[in-house]
Design a protein around this ligand. Structure first.
Ligand SMILES: Nc1nc2c(ncn2[C@@H]2O[C@H](COP(=O)(O)OP(=O)(O)OP(=O)(O)O)[C@@H](O)[C@H]2O)c(=O)[nH]1
Ligand SMILES: [Mg+2]
Length: 459
């Protein structure tokens, strides 16, 4: 209630009292007129012209109820001021209370907002930590897998290399052991040392021409590097021999899909056996493989390939003994196309390059492949028996004249001390060595790696 309302109420109350008093006075005067009252009482003047500023209150006296006491403007004001102050104080208190409540509410809301924000931040942080933990776990797992794979590869390499080492032991004894003994006997390098070295290399089937070139390169390198002690010779020789092996060609067997691999060579070189091993190798490398038994010369040859097919779980396309090898090749090409095979490997009968009919037969096979599967990449692998040493080099030269050879497979390196011919064949012929056989087991046919080969021989 405002100040004005208070004044208004007070004024109304006083007015009512005044009216009541007037009535009373009138009543009494009428009583006097009628003789009931003897004394004439002066009528009460209206006290306040402006009741807002002036007022009066009834003085509560037991004896004299009709007496009025004038209240000064100041007293009235004081009274109202007190009331007003009280009201004001209450209003202020209420306002303070409202403000306190509002602030409390605001603080509570702020605290709640902060709590929600904190919870939100904690949630985000927890999610981030969880994501980090997962990422760390994943990275650890990937690292563990990588290490395990590396370990497995190392083991496999060690396995390959171990087999290579033991497979090449005869050749190593023939070359390296003799070279070691020779170099041990010498202090300074002299002409005699080179002569003895030449002899060792020639008898290890490296061949006359290749040996001469090797020795020339060795002399030059030793001069260039200012090496005069015999103890420094072996490392340089090993380096040069590795260079002689290093292929500058595509060594992959399946550089493009599909690929047709035609396997040729003389009788007993190891063609059929190698085909079984190659099928296993390519399959392990993720290729789909199909075999074709185009050696129809003997029933045993067809059966031999079928046994390999069963062993490595690869289909074999075969006709009966004595049938046309080109007909087998035709069927195999159709099957390979229909089945979308990555590598079709064709076994052929053993032949010498100078057997005219057999070479004609080989040409017919080439034409069939060209006609029926022209868009396939063609690999022509010549299989050479390493035990024949320098003869293998001659065979390769002659076959190269009548067939588009793309690679060599050198078998039976485990059975010979003549492995030195590999340096000659690499150095003299423009045909990459793609595979080497160092044993009869399925995993004994390996991709040719010049460094590993040189290391296995020159360790
Ligand atoms: N030790 C050893 N023996 C091998 C290797 N490769 C093949 N052989 C053996 O050589 C012999 C002849 O192998 P085949 O695969 O039948 O030879 P091929 O060239 O198919 O012979 P033909 O079909 O008669 O022309 C078999 O006894 C094989 O086990 C090898 O890397 N190391
Ligand atoms: Mg065979």
């Amino acid at each position: 209630m405002g100040l004005f309302d208070i004044f208004k109420r007070k004024k109304e109350e006083k007015q009512a009292e005044l009216e009541q008093l007037e009535e009373q006075v009138l009543e009494e005067s009428s009583e006097e007129e009628s003789g009931l009252v003897e004394d004439v009482v002066e009528p009460v003047e209206p006290v306040f012209e402006q009741p807002v500023l002036e007022s009066y209150v009834e003085e509560e006296e037991e004896d004299d109820e009709d007496e009025f006491q004038f209240v000064t403007e100041y007293e009235l004001e004081e009274e109202y001021m007190e009331e007003l102050n009280a009201k004001r104080a209450q209003e202020l208190a209420e306002q303070a209370e409202a403000e306190r409540l509002a602030r409390e509410k605001e603080l509570a809301e702020q605290a709640e907002a902060e709590r929600i924000a904190r919870e939100e931040a904690e949630k985000v942080e927890a999610e981030r930590a969880e994501a980090e933990r997962l990422a760390r776990e994943e990275a650890e797992q990937a690292e563990a897998e990588r290490l395990a794979q590396e370990e497995a590869e190392k083991e496999q390499k060690k396995g390959f290399f171990g087999r290579l080492i033991s497979g090449l032991s005869k050749t190593r004894n023939n070359i390296t052991d003799r070279i070691d003994r020779l170099l041990n006997d010498y202090g300074k390098i002299d002409d005699e040392l080179f002569e003895e070295l030449e002899e060792i290399l020639i008898t290890a089937d490296i061949g006359m021409d290749t040996t001469m070139e090797l020795i020339d390169d060795l002399r030059n390198q030793l001069i260039e590097r200012k090496i005069s002690e015999a103890s420094g010779v072996k490392a340089v020789l090993k380096e040069i021999m590795t260079l002689y092996l290093t292929p500058e060609y595509e060594v992959s067997l399946v550089p493009k899909k599909p690929t047709v691999i035609l396997v040729i060579g003389v009788n007993g070189a190891g063609k059929t056996t190698s085909i079984g091993k190659i099928a296993n190798l390519l399959k392990n490398e993720g290729n789909s493989v199909l075999l074709a038994a185009a050696d129809t010369f003997r029933a045993a040859a067809i059966d031999q390939l079928k046994i390999w097919g069963d062993r490595v779980a690869v289909d074999v396309i075969a006709h009966s003994e004595g049938s046309d090898p080109s007909a087998v090749v035709y069927d195999a090409c159709q099957a390979a196309k229909a089945r979308k095979i990555d590598a079709l490997i064709i076994d052929t009968a053993g032949r010498l390059h100078n057997k005219v009919n057999l070479m004609k037969e080989l040409n017919k096979i080439f034409r069939t492949i060209e006609r029926e599967f022209g868009d396939a990449h063609l690999e022509v692998l010549l299989v050479l028996d390493a035990t024949t040493g320098q003869n293998a080099v001659q065979q390769a030269k002659l076959f190269k004249e009548s067939a588009p050879l793309t690679g060599l497979v050198l078998t039976k390196l485990d059975g010979t001390a003549k492995g030195g011919f590999v340096f000659a064949i690499r150095h003299l012929l423009d045909i990459p060595v793609k595979l080497i056989g160092v044993g009869e087991k399925i995993e004994d046919l390996q991709h040719f790696n010049p460094e590993d080969f040189a290391n296995a021989i020159m360790e």
